[in-house]
Design a protein around this ligand. Structure first.
Ligand SMILES: [Zn+2]
Length: 279
């Protein structure tokens, strides 16, 4: 059993969901400030339209949005449904990781990584950029976990560090080669630098076997996004020589969702697949 008792399990899940909702609100704000060049340390939360500082009652995750019918209480402008949605996604992410890994150091590591993935997804959706700060944060979280595991004797630190780095390289080198070939074939950039860095990070976390699965999932999600998903603001549409409209699709969120799926079912999926060949 994942938790010692059912009441403890329910308590941990409710607490984690509440933390996820609050963190979702904070991470939304963080991503907005990163893309709008505002300091992430200073300044009170404010309406993005009228700039009015938000009171405590405006900052309750999901409920504030619902109670104000999705509008700013000061200027009446619509507040995007993205805010409560992000908060709910963050809560779902945190709880799903807790249920998968229980009360463990791995849960803390992956919850922190999930938070970084959420921020870079939002900045990529808004500005087609995956800030280097998010990549550095993700690497720092992984390093902290490995050093902690090494110091507590969970594994040998140096060999694990070496293997982790090697995994990142094994994942990223073929991706770079493939991206260069695709750039030539398509005659335009196929994969952004931020996407490549994020895949390197995914290699550090999940190893190259799970990253093969991750890449397939990310591509499927990316294709879905191309038809129905986020991105594709009207001013980002461009026409090719035949006059066909093509949309720039942010790939970061697709990789981020794939990372989330791999966190939850990656190792089982790889085991199942290798089992098909009796490996
Ligand atoms: Zn306002």
């Amino acid at each position: 059993m994942l938790f010692e008792s059912v009441p403890l399990g329910v308590y941990c899940i409710v607490l984690t969901a509440a933390l996820g909702l609050c963190m979702g609100s904070f991470l939304n704000c963080l991503a907005w400030r990163m893309t709008h060049g505002e300091s992430i340390m200073r300044g009170r939360s404010h309406c993005t339209d009228c700039g009015h500082p938000l009171a405590a009652r405006d900052l309750v995750p999901v409920f504030s949005w619902l109670l104000s019918h999705g509008r700013c209480r000061y200027c009446g402008k619509r507040v995007s449904a993205r805010y409560p949605l992000t908060e709910i996604i963050c809560a779902c992410g945190y709880v799903s990781i807790l249920i998968t890994y229980g009360l463990s150091a791995e849960t803390i590591e992956l919850v922190a990584f999930f938070s970084v993935l959420l921020v870079l997804s939002l900045t990529d959706l808004d500005d087609y950029v995956i800030p280097n700060a998010t990549i550095v944060a993700a690497i720092a979280i992984r390093l902290t976990y490995l050093v902690y595991g090494g110091l507590t004797g969970a594994f040998d630190l140096l060999p694990t560090l070496g293997r982790t780095l090697l995994n990142g390289v094994i994942v990223v080198v073929p991706v770079i080669v493939l991206a260069l070939v695709m750039d030539r074939v398509l005659g335009r950039d196929s994969l952004g630098g931020g996407d490549v860095k994020l895949l390197f990070v995914a290699g550090l976390y999940f190893g190259w076997q799970q990253c093969l699965f991750l890449l397939i999932v990310a591509c499927v999600i990316g294709i879905l996004f191309a038809f129905v998903g986020p991105g594709g603001k009207s001013d980002d549409q461009s026409e090719d020589e035949e006059g066909n409209k093509s949309r720039h699709i942010p790939f970061g969120p697709a990789i981020a969702i794939a990372c989330w799926i791999v966190m939850l079912v990656g190792s089982q999926t790889v085991e199942w697949y290798l089992g098909l060949f009796g490996i």
